[in-house]
Design a protein around this ligand. Structure first.
Ligand SMILES: Nc1ncnc2c1ncn2[C@@H]1O[C@H](COP(=O)(O)OP(=O)(O)O)[C@@H](O)[C@H]1O
Ligand SMILES: [Mg+2]
Length: 253
């Protein structure tokens, strides 16, 4: 089977005030593969992911995400961007470092909310769907409790179930295990591994280099808002030409 392009970014720029965070990013990701993004803190990894699902609006550049094309910068069509934003939000789900669960909703309600609000599912349909994904991540027995009753690992598994319940074409993971106690990292990586085996399309920001080596097809190393190195996982992890990339890998391994 062939792998279509699921993400194409060309010349993406993003600044916050005077701070230039993305300085002309080019990136491609193929469907049913894992692209891992690595780089030191502040290199722009989260901003890049947030631009891909339009939580941030790039200042300039071109994006094609799940087949939707967007052009930013001078002359950009803001109405068109807004329309496509809604489509992209339905097709791209993100899992955050700090889970970002709704504390006043139960685990089940957390997972069912977006399918009801964004996809227009009926409540009972959405709850059935939510139970299915809670079962998949192994916390169906927690459906009716509040997130504060869960361990960090369980909260992140809930967040993954919430992302899956949108049945997205693309999953974005932003350091999904960085906020977890070391003994809870494994249970979350296990779920992500399951999704990799299902050949889901995903972009993964992580410092878990061992795990990344196992699952990545392609690796992108960001340095100060630029793609300093990118290529097949084996090349980047084991045989990079970039001294900065090698230094970074040595520092996190
Ligand atoms: N909303 C924002 N407003 C202002 N500065 C931001 C915002 N988001 C990120 N930044 C800054 O952009 C830089 C890159 O941040 P980020 O993309 O989070 O990097 P990384 O995820 O690689 O650590 C940092 O200096 C950060 O403080
Ligand atoms: Mg980050």
């Amino acid at each position: 089977m062939d792998h279509d392009l699921i993400v194409l970014a060309q010349g993406l720029y993003k600044s916050f005030g005077r701070l230039k965070v993305l300085c002309g990013i080019d990136l491609t990701a193929l469907s049913r593969q894992v692209v891992t993004i690595i780089g030191s803190s502040g290199s722009g990894k989260s901003t890049l992911l947030r631009c891909l699902n339009l939580l941030e609006t790039p200042d300039a550049g071109r994006l094609v995400v799940t087949g939707e094309e967007l052009v930013f910068g001078q002359g950009a069509d803001k109405t068109k961007i807004h329309q496509k934003l809604l489509t992209i939000r339905q097709q791209v789900s993100m899992v955050f470092q700090n889970f970002n669960l709704w504390s006043r909703l139960t685990v089940l309600e957390n997972v069912a909310l977006a399918p009801i609000k964004v996809l227009g599912l009926k409540k009972n349909q959405a709850h059935d769907r939510a139970k299915n994904y809670l079962d998949k991540v192994g916390i169906l027995d927690k459906a009716n409790v509040y997130p504060s009753m869960l361990s960090g690992g369980q909260q992140q598994r809930c967040a993954i179930a919430r992302a899956l319940a949108m049945e997205p074409k693309l999953l974005l993971f932003d350091e999904p295990t960085s906020a977890l106690d070391p003994e809870l990292v494994g249970e979350v990586l296990k779920i992500i591994h399951l999704l990799v085996k299902e050949e889901r399309s995903m972009l993964l920001v992580t410092h878990e280099i061992g795990f990344a080596k196992e699952v990545s097809s392609h690796v992108v190393f960001l340095h100060q808002g630029i793609v300093e190195e990118s290529g097949p996982a084996d090349k980047v992890f084991n045989n990079t030409d970039s001294q900065r990339c090698r230094q970074f890998l040595d520092s996190v391994l």
